[in-house]
Design a protein around this ligand. Structure first.
Ligand SMILES: Cc1cc2nc3c(=O)[nH]c(=O)nc-3n(C[C@H](O)[C@H](O)[C@H](O)COP(=O)(O)O)c2cc1C
Length: 186
């Protein structure tokens, strides 16, 4: 009997305040629990991708673009990423906006992120809500957040959305369903 080797997946993240790392950890745990040979790395300490079949890359959004270390990584490693299964996710405020204007605004992909997607050709791209603390945010930024349909502050992450996306990755990688997925996340 022959067994198919487990897919070798690099889960790479760029974070400023930790919420993107938590989401990357969650995706990593889901893939490992379903049998993938997945590794989790801060993008600045990413291993050589030779030998990996797939990569999941996540970055926080600052000023409508990926964090500089994520953009630089993708630019420098485009040759080795091309030809692999690549998934990209971003963490920002868009998906947490509510109301007709907020939902419309939240669906817009900032131009520089669109350009990365056009270059990288990920199998899929997902935008997740992150964290937004009220303290230290200028009144202008707060007013803009409200106008666009931001209704609350704090941890805005939607773990069900992350779980659903991780499931589509697992499905594409033909990983079996885990009967019990044991994670420390909600
Ligand atoms: C300086 C700064 C700029 C930001 N700019 C954006 C932005 O342009 N678009 C957006 O959706 N979120 C923006 N955010 C919100 C962050 O993306 C969000 O808080 C996210 O959870 C941060 O991820 P991290 O905890 O992994 O750093 C910004 C946050 C900071 C601190």
């Amino acid at each position: 009997m022959t067994t198919t080797p487990a897919p070798h997946v690099a889960v790479l993240f760029a974070t400023a305040q930790g919420s993107t790392r938590d989401i990357a950890e969650f995706i990593h745990e889901e893939l490992v629990s379903r049998g993938a040979n997945a590794e989790l790395h801060d993008i600045e300490h990413a291993p050589d991708l030779t030998g990996f079949d797939s990569a999941v890359i996540g970055s926080a959004i600052h000023n409508m673009e990926l964090l500089p270390e994520a953009s630089a990584y993708i630019r420098h490693n485009l040759p080795s990423l091309t030809g692999k299964n690549v998934w990209l996710f971003t963490v920002g405020l868009g998906p947490a906006l509510r109301g007709p204007i907020g939902r419309w605004a939240g669906r817009q992909i900032p131009g520089k992120i669109g350009a990365v997607i056009a270059t990288l050709h990920p199998r899929d791209y997902a935008a997740f809500a992150g964290k937004y603390e009220r303290e230290g945010v200028s009144w202008r930024a707060r007013a803009m957040f409200r106008l666009l349909g931001g209704t609350r502050y704090g941890d805005l992450r939607d773990w069900d959305a992350v779980r659903r996306w991780a499931d589509t990755i697992a499905h594409t990688l033909q990983l079996p369903h885990a009967s019990t997925i044991n994670t420390s996340h909600p």
